[in-house]
Design a protein around this ligand. Structure first.
Ligand code: ZN
Ligand code: ZN
Length: 137
């Protein structure tokens, strides 16, 4: 998959890469809701290193309900959420599908924290949905 994207202003943060997605997930946790500006965040995980990020991001660090340390990177100019990283999966970068030049590249495979979806952003029934975080292996 050829992946190209940029933030809203386009001047500050861009990324590109040629990589196969590892995960395509919609997360309805309250942190993703707040940072996304919608009921959920749409994220595609790629092997770290397969995506080249150009420009400066600002990072926000928090601890997810799962207990994982999460880093969210956003454009310091326009505030667009660009990608996130989870301490438990250091080899993966989760790009925000909202910043893809072609948003239809995103094909969700999984929903997490579905129990927290607000009525105005319902969980679609066509992909597996976990009420909370998926079980760890
Ligand atoms: Zn920007
Ligand atoms: Zn989330």
């Amino acid at each position: 998959m050829r992946v190209v994207g940029k933030c809203l202003c386009g001047a500050a943060v861009r990324y590109s890469g040629e990589a196969d997605p590892l995960f395509q997930v919609k997360c309805y946790c309250s942190d993703c809701r707040k940072t996304s500006g919608a009921g959920h965040a749409a994220m595609i995980g790629f092997a770290d290193g397969s995506i080249t990020i150009v420009g400066e991001v600002k990072e926000f660090h928090s601890t997810a309900d799962s207990g994982n340390a999460v880093t969210r990177a956003f454009c310091p100019g326009c505030g667009s959420g660009m990608y996130s990283r989870i301490a438990a999966m250091p080899q993966v970068i989760f790009l925000r599908a909202s910043t893809f030049d072609d948003p239809d590249l995103f094909a969700p495979q999984l929903v997490v924290y579905a129990s927290r979806a607000p009525a105005w952003d319902p969980v679609s029934a066509d992909v597996p949905a976990f009420p909370e975080s998926p079980p760890r292996r």
